[in-house]
Write a protein that binds this ligand. Structure first.
Ligand SMILES: *Cc1c(COP(=O)(O)O)cnc(C)c1O
Length: 246
């Protein structure tokens, strides 16, 4: 039996891109006078295979993001299979669901995710909590629409308290904070400044919910300037994706 050699070229690419992204985060933190330990990088692996997840996990990445349930389920299972404890002692892979969630997918997602960043309506809160049941609570970020365009998900700024109240009413869930994607064609600094104000208002009511999930490959510096605690990086780490229909 022959075992395929690990793809050394791909590994070298990921080593380089991970170093670049970590340096960008460190530079952005230095410029903002922030401790880099306060920013968690989530590697968004959509369209990329489980083998890339394993390679990044070997390089010390622990947080991984997916945005499409139909792709994430099999990849999570495949990653768990490849991540046998004998082959990868001590490796940790936690999954963050960052894409729009259809209610009928809530059960599967609540089964493998440690966090869902895209919670934007009360029925989804109920579905995730019911599906989670006992066990460690699921971390929840309320996704905010900064331009009131429902196309990419997110609740309006005015609607955030209702969703947040629903999350905190359920012991199966832990309210961590807010999440947003900067709208197309809007200055990311303005968008993330607005998200920071939403976060401040939420903290007045729920002091534990301080997290801000904001910033992607193109705008993570702006997000860090405005207090992002979780940046979600795909392209800059893994490479350009073919366009995805989500
Ligand atoms: C794909 C995706 C990302 C990563 O985007 P990049 O621009 O590739 O870094 C971040 N957040 C969400 C919600 C995504 O769907």
């Amino acid at each position: 039996m022959t075992i395929a050699p690990p793809d050394e070229a791909r590994r070298a690419e990921l080593v380089t891109s991970l170093g670049r992204v970590r340096a960008r985060i460190a530079d952005a933190c230095a410029a903002a006078g922030r401790d880099p330990q306060t920013v968690t990088m989530i590697a968004v692996t959509k369209t990329y295979p489980a083998t890339d997840v394993i390679t990044l996990a070997e390089l010390g990445v622990t947080e991984f993001g997916e945005s499409r349930a139909q792709e994430a389920g099999p990849k999570v299972a495949e990653t768990a299979r490849l991540l046998g404890p004998a082959e990868h002692p001590g490796a940790v892979v936690r999954w963050h669901f960052v894409g729009q969630v259809q209610r009928r997918k809530a059960r599967a997602i609540a089964g493998y995710a440690s966090a869902v960043h895209s919670v934007d309506r009360v029925p989804l809160v109920t579905a995730l909590a019911d599906a989670r049941g006992s066990g460690p609570p699921l971390d929840v970020f309320v996704q905010v629409s900064l331009d009131d365009d429902p196309g990419r998900g997110g609740v309006t700024i005015a609607g955030v308290p209702e969703v947040a109240d629903a999350v905190t009413a359920r012991p199966e869930l832990t309210l961590r904070g807010v999440m947003a994607v900067a709208p197309m064609g809007v200055d990311p600094d303005a968008a993330f400044a607005s998200l920071a104000r939403v976060s401040t208002d939420l903290n007045a009511r729920y002091p534990g919910a301080r997290a801000i999930s904001a910033g992607m490959s193109g705008d993570l510096e702006a997000a860090v300037r405005h207090g992002a605690t979780h940046v979600r990086v795909g392209t800059a780490l893994l490479g350009r994706r073919p366009p995805v229909i989500s």
